[in-house]
Design a protein around this ligand. Structure first.
Ligand code: THG
Length: 275
């Protein structure tokens, strides 16, 4: 499981406040905690409040990589913000760019831009099953967009093992959205068969439970369901020990980790990058 720690995101009040105050300490503390919990990558997202977005991304990248050796996952919908992050990023550790849709009305070549930057950095790319029409609400269109992304990436010279397809999970409590988690599982079943080796499958797990009363329970349960369908990565709360132990168990039951009486301990003692 390629676990991407979600906590360094301006969506969280502590991070937003630390960015505003230019205080590295709370951010470096979150970086250390997530690295210790076994994150393979740390997501870096400036949120929506920052005035100078490129400068804020640079500061966050420098702040985090001064504290931990974990590779980063630069998270922005703007190519210029990703580019700014990359300009100060130690990509020799590895890097993920997060994320590009297939295309966008205002930027038809957005996927080419992200894929080119990822390849130049020797890193991976997260691509969303989304196009200029928005987020598809059915299985078939998700799968079609994933196939178009995979084809485009391979045409550009990116290998499937560097590509992470994100079927986009949205809050389950939104009216009409309750069929989507099931649709996403059905889409994952098909995306896994598109190439050998297949692209990775990732998702922003915590989106699912936003605004609900049982957040951890919903996140943990869906993570395990998705792993059983072949999902092998997520942007998630690695500080949720019950979630991480459940992931270890799901991977053992899927025959991806060897069973021993101490399999949870073994999983936790393996660095995130090697799981
Ligand atoms: N796909 C990809 N990248 C992503 C997402 C995705 N990056 C961002 C996001 N979605 C994944 N990360 C988060 C981080 C936090 C939350 C949800 C997703 C979250 N935060 C609390 C909230 O909004 O309720 C913050 C509350 C607090 O301050 O404590 O839920 O889908 N590729």
């Amino acid at each position: 499981m390629i676990a991407i720690g979600e906590r360094i995101n301006g969506m969280f009040t502590v991070v937003k406040d630390a960015i505003a105050a230019h205080d590295p300490r709370p951010i470096q503390e979150l970086a250390r905690q997530q690295a210790a919990a076994g994150a393979a990558y740390l997501d870096i997202n400036i949120g929506t409040a920052a005035a100078d977005q490129e400068g804020t991304m640079k500061w966050l990248v420098e702040t985090v990589q001064a504290a931990v050796a974990t590779p980063l996952c630069l998270d922005s919908q703007k190519p210029a913000v990703i580019k700014a992050g990359l300009s100060v990023c130690d990509t020799s550790r590895g890097v993920l760019l997060n994320s590009s849709p297939l295309n966008r009305k205002s930027d038809p070549d957005v996927l080419t831009k992200y894929a080119s930057m990822a390849m130049e950095a020797g890193g991976g790319l997260i691509a969303l099953t989304m196009d200029s029409g928005g987020v598809p609400q059915n299985v078939d269109r998700r799968v079609e967009i994933a196939a178009e992304i995979l084809t485009k990436a391979m045409e550009l010279g990116m290998m499937p093992e560097k590509l992470f397809i994100d079927p986009i999970i949205l809050p389950v409590n939104v009216p009409g959205a309750q069929a989507q988690p099931g649709n996403i599982l059905a889409a994952i079943d098909q995306i896994r068969l598109m190439s050998d080796p297949p692209p990775h499958i990732t998702m922003g797990l915590s989106n699912l439970s936003q605004g609900t009363a049982e957040r951890p329970l919903i996140n943990r349960t869906f993570m395990i369901m998705a792993i059983s369908h072949g999902c092998d990565s997520a942007i998630l709360d690695v500080l949720d020990d019950v979630l991480v132990d459940a992931v270890a168990t799901a991977e053992m039951l899927m025959n991806k980790q060897i069973y021993s009486d101490s399999f949870v301990k073994a999983y936790r003692s393996t660095s995130g990058a090697q799981r």
